[in-house]
Ligand binder design. Sequence first.
Ligand SMILES: Nc1ncnc2c1ncn2[C@@H]1O[C@H](COP(=O)(O)OP(=O)(O)OP(=O)(O)O)[C@@H](O)[C@H]1O
Length: 369
Amino acid sequence: MTTSDVTIRGVSKKFGTNVVLQNINLDIKHGELLTLLGPSGCGKTTTLNAIAGFLDPDEGELYIKGKKVNGVPPYKRDLGMVFQTYSLFPHMTVHENLVFGLKLRKIKKGELDSRISRALALVKLTGLEKRYPRELSGGQRQRVAIARALVVEPELLLLDEPLSNLDAKLRHELRAEIKRLQKEVGVTTIFVTHDQEEALSMSDRIVVMNQGKIEQIGTPTDIYQNPQSEFVFQFIGKSNRFEGVVIEADADHTDVEITEGWVVKTKKQNAIGNDRAFHVGDAVNLYIRPEAISIMSDDHGHSGADSEHVRQKAVIKQMNYLGSQWEIEVSVKGQYNVQIVGPTIENSWQVGTEVLVEWKTSDIRLTKR
Ligand SMILES: Nc1ncnc2c1ncn2[C@@H]1O[C@H](COP(=O)(O)OP(=O)(O)OP(=O)(O)O)[C@@H](O)[C@H]1O
């Protein structure tokens, strides 16, 4: 039998005629923080609800710790859950909120108190036991919700967009905190989010979902650097897109003309996914990430490209200071707006300055259009 904490085999679900999950297969390892990531409506919450037992799949099997759980009610699945909206009992203090689940599990008084102190220490809320939810900030309330989920020492922690109601700064703080305490406690965790940055920064592995299907499963670096589909590439991070046509192709190389006089040489490994056979005349999309582009003053006198680099003259259109870095938009050949993200600029640059932009051909990604 399996060594995974959660195993999902061939799970499908329809609501009326709307197919929401299609043949989902997934193994979640013990102790890992696995994120379900995808756009709104792709089936993340439905997957989580199937694991939790709030809905039964039409087809397929679910196992928790090797035990088939189809038909087993949620309260018998040994889960801790935290949702987007604060699900604390408003008329109970922090302490009482935490006691609730422990009493249901018939935990004795002495152990109950020590578990509550431990859980509150984990989420850094020691001392706030007597407060009511209305006397806490949003971030503190979500911490209590996390403590309440952890205090019962569940086999599995399920987090459904727990940070999405918080402001950006708190979200950042809590991200790091959840990651830390998840590793400290070692509880197998499934985290749902539509925020790619959140997924990349917190997860051991990410499951990218699209329209009820799994597009790719991998570590954050894997997903970012080796996307297996155009959807994953576009969903994870930003990119500049150029439309082009293949004008030369052999087993290893594909030369793409973007516009008259601008040909970009790419290699087989630049292609996204499995369809890497390009032919002369194929319409393609050529992508480059904003952070993969360098920008420099146009006094180097070496416009044009070599086999390893694309290099073009450009004109600065917009410069936005983001604090730790700059976001710059340039126009290439008077017709392509290209976004660049980088840490440094030169003092003399302003809107209208002529510059050079450069990127490595190895950073290009190519798909058929
Ligand atoms: N109880 C339900 N009855 C009918 N349709 C539903 C039900 N629950 C979800 N759906 C539909 O199933 C699809 C997937 O919903 P789900 O909540 O799983 O998406 P999600 O990826 O979690 O999206 P979000 O990020 O917006 O929460 C959506 O089209 C949704 O409208």
